[in-house]
Design a protein around this ligand. Structure first.
Ligand code: FAD
Length: 522
């Protein structure tokens, strides 16, 4: 504790030096000694997207939430409040969202990882949960909770993302239709606001801050701890892939699957635009796919679709995941016999993208630009959006997965800061199904140089704008917008609430400048 306090005072002293003379500080970071002191690191100006590279003036590697609180308290009370501050989790943003040009980046992974798992006893009321630091990776939480036979209910496809990073966005995967996004599975948070206040909040205590921060794009506070709901983890998972050559049949089956949460545990799906895509999306799926589709029709390129779903296998007597899968498959309409089923451990299933990462790394294709576009699209506009997407890419040489799967609106808490598309109301009430579409494109510099990357980014903007403005009614997820006007449109009728929350919790507009939402208040 004394050491931490000492370090903190030194940090602030160095911060004053850094802010008075940022260049000097950048030039001699090592003068300041151990790694928990302020230092500059090129990693703070880098993210997974490799499109935006903004250098901070300084990097803070806190040892505790108190270090962050002291920094922000001092910062907002001093004349140095012109300097912006960004928390950086795992840095897996695409467009510099965790960067702070000439500001301070707080590297959340420096706070010692500390995960406490509470397993509910049979004679106890309440739930099982984990208390976990904001900079901890989801894979670390999974490893720790599995030791007690437990796991979080809701995931992202990739586990090497930080708790604070995904909770600031939403956290979506194939379990979202059943349990909601990760932000629907949080019981309590510790947050340092932009003013430096360290507050424990929940749906019943400081609830405005709690809901603001969930999906809040880092605008209102820095999550230093989260209490995550856990459930019993299965030993194994039955993992199924089925192929389609017709979009309506594909989405029809996806919607059938999400209407059976009592049987199905996970539903995703993707477009298969070319042969390479079929191979690369199959790296982690340990089945021999005897599927050799013809992508080349005389008049136009043909694309296929794949549904991926899973059933947890607790291997208890009397329940057979095999039988459940059989029962479900009978109701589906995939291409004759094009269904493949494997059984893998729960950990390997959740960690499947790691295998793809290793494969891409071994081929030098991981650390390259990623001009991604993610959109929420209401069911009523999904077919039109798919057509728009395919018109704007060249299916033959598209690199990277195109995910597309349904979510259910009522699993999202409208109090959180996430902007979902407004629901069209129809004859039988509010349309429940919203699709998430992830165009997770890679731009290999060997075949796609700067002009080509710019072209992809321009097309992405066109797709996003056409999809938001017209009948489709889509909204970006992990959004990137060029102006305040676009952000106002993005939040729509919730903009006033978002802006009021900013004014309440970060009135000087210090936090998360890389999102480019609020201009700084000087
Ligand atoms: P960072 O990039 O470090 O930060 C993101 C934003 O959150 C920044 O604004 C930052 O300032 C803020 N922030 C970071 N930590 C905190 C904190 N503790 N408190 C407050 N604000 C904070 N998303 C999904 O929903 N589903 C997926 O399946 C999915 N798969 C992905 C796969 C890959 C390979 C990649 C690269 C990304 C994927 N994502 C997915 C997107 C991912 O959830 C977001 O990019 C997320 O922000 C990454 O977390 P991070 O820790 O890297 O955040």
């Amino acid at each position: 504790m004394e050491f931490a306090l000492f370090c903190t005072k030194v940090n602030i002293l160095i911060l004053i030096l850094a802010l008075c003379s940022p260049c000097k500080f950048i030039q001699s970071p090592m003068d300041y000694g151990p790694s928990n002191l302020l230092e500059t690191k090129s990693s703070a100006s880098l993210d997974f997207g490799r499109i935006v590279f903004n250098s901070p003036s300084a990097v803070l590697r806190p040892q505790s939430p108190r270090d962050i609180s002291l920094l922000l308290t001092f910062h907002s009370a001093s004349s140095f409040s012109k300097v912006a501050v960004a928390a950086r989790g795992a840095g897996h943003s695409i467009y510099g969202q965790a960067q702070a040009i000439d500001g301070i980046v707080i590297e959340m992974d420096s706070i010692p990882s500390d995960i406490y798992v509470h397993k509910k006893r049979d004679d106890e009321s309440g739930v099982s949960y984990a208390d976990v630091g904001g900079g901890v990776l989801w894979v670390e939480l999974l490893e720790e909770s599995l030791k007690l036979g437990l796991a979080p209910r809701s995931w992202t496809d990739y586990l090497y993302l930080s708790i604070g990073g995904t909770l600031s966005n939403g956290g979506i995967s194939g379990q979202t239709f059943k349990y909601g996004p990760q932000i629907s599975n949080v019981l309590q948070l510790d947050v340092v606001t932009g003013k430096g206040d360290l507050i424990t909040c929940s749906p019943t205590s400081s609830s405005e801050l709690f809901y603001a921060v969930l999906g809040g794009l880092g605008q209102f506070g820095i999550i230093t701890r989260a209490r995550i709901l856990l459930q019993d983890a299965p030993q194994k998972v039955k993992w199924i892939r089925a192929f389609y050559d017709d979009f309506d049949t594909f989405t029809g089956d996806q919607e059938l699957l999400v209407s059976m949460p009592e049987l199905v545990d996970y539903v995703e799906g993707f477009i298969v635009p070319n042969e390479q895509s079929l191979l690369s999306t199959s790296v982690a799926f340990p089945a021999h796919l005897g599927f050799m589709p013809d992508f080349h029709h005389v008049s136009s390129a043909k694309v296929y679709y794949c549904i991926e779903f899973a059933v947890h296998d607790f291997q208890a007597e009397g329940t057979s995941a095999e039988q459940v899968v059989e029962k479900i498959s009978k109701q589906m309409s995939y291409m004759p016999s094009l269904v493949y089923s494997v059984e893998v451990s729960y950990f390997d299933f959740l960690n499947r993208v790691r295998m793809e990462e290793m494969n891409l790394r071994s081929r030098g294709l991981w650390e390259i630009p990623h001009p991604w576009l993610n959109m929420f699209v209401p069911k009523s506009g999904i077919k039109e959006f798919k057509d728009l997407l395919l018109e704007n890419i060249s299916p033959n040489d598209f690199e990277g997965p195109i995910l597309i799967y349904p979510l259910l609106r009522d699993k999202w808490d409208a109090n959180t800061s996430v902007a979902l598309p407004d629901a069209p109301t129809g004859g039988d009430g509010v349309e429940q199904v919203v699709y998430i579409v992830g165009m997770l494109r890679s731009a290999n510099p060997a075949s796609c140089a700067a002009g080509c990357l710019d072209d992809i980014l321009r097309r992405n903007r066109q797709i996003a704008e056409a999809a938001s403005a017209g009948r489709i009614g889509g909204k970006q997820y992990l959004a990137h917008h060029p102006s305040l006007l676009h952000w106002r449109d993005h939040f729509g009728r919730h903009w006033n609430r978002f802006a009021a929350r900013k004014n309440l919790f970060d009135p000087l507009g210090v936090l998360a400048p890389g999102q480019g939402i609020f201009p700084r208040v000087h």
